[in-house]
Design a protein around this ligand. Structure first.
Ligand SMILES: [Ca+2]
Length: 239
């Protein structure tokens, strides 16, 4: 029995890959804005991320990372998220409710804007083998920002997530995501670094997780306590 216990300890544990085949090193993922439209000067682009979901492939379980951080999309190396080693079938960012994506700036025509959006989930769909890579999750700003749309809304545009234009932009933003391997580690996505992950339209998450929240780590502690008990009984018997 005692030989089996260490295996049990390696079982369901929050924060580790669950497919049992993971090898290699965790990766790091930064978040970046790319492709600003030429007629819009974007002063600020922020993304508030509650969770990163790593869907498993086929019947393999996935992983949920609770991150709860706000990232400046112009400073992609400030808050990298550690991505567990293993094979995952995509990446999904659960964006915070009530304005988790915020952009502000000014068009070349002089219209200022400050827009908060609720894109829900930013999802990319493709197999991904993580072994120590630096990744960049990018949002292509020109997919949902353009000067004509902004200037059509007035001279000083301020939108909440519930405004019709912000709802529209949020829908488009869900299709603006791309994932890159930042091979040279400079925080900039080059064409040659494209991992060819494709954005999923719709924004509905499809994450799978293997362990009930919190139960995995708790189960590990119970097994550890049981192991200590077995050792103590053996030591007592030996005396
Ligand atoms: Ca690069």
């Amino acid at each position: 029995m005692i030989r089996l216990l260490p295996l049990a300890l390696l079982g369901c544990h929050a924060g580790e890959p669950q497919d049992g085949t993971a090898v290699g090193n965790p990766g790091n993922m930064g978040f970046s804005a790319t492709d600003s439209p030429s007629d819009v000067d974007v002063a600020q682009a922020e993304l508030e991320i509650d969770q990163v979901w790593l869907p498993g492939c086929g019947a393999e379980p996935g992983e949920t990372l609770d991150v709860y951080l706000t990232v400046d999309l112009f400073e992609p190396s400030d808050h990298p998220v550690e991505v567990p080693a293993g094979t995952w079938c995509g990446v999904e960012l659960l964006v915070a409710d009530e304005g988790g994506l915020r952009v502000s700036g000014q068009t070349t025509g002089g219209t200022t804007f400050d827009v908060s959006m609720d894109p829900g989930t930013l999802a990319l769909d493709k197999e991904l083998e993580i072994d120590g890579q630096l990744l960049l999750f990018t949002l292509s700003l020109s997919v949902f920002l353009n000067a004509d749309d902004i200037e059509a809304l007035g001279e000083d545009v301020s939108l909440d997530p519930d405004d019709a234009a912000a709802i529209n932009w949020a829908r488009e933003a869900r299709e603006s995501g791309e994932l890159w391997e930042d091979v040279d580690g400079d925080g900039i996505a080059l064409e040659a670094e494209d991992l060819r992950l494709t954005a999923l339209a719709g924004g509905e998450g499809k994450s799978t997780t293997s362990c009930a929240t919190g139960g995995g780590a708790g189960g590990g502690w119970l097994v550890l306590l049981a192991l200590v008990g077995v050792l103590r009984r053996r030591l007592s018997a030996a005396r």
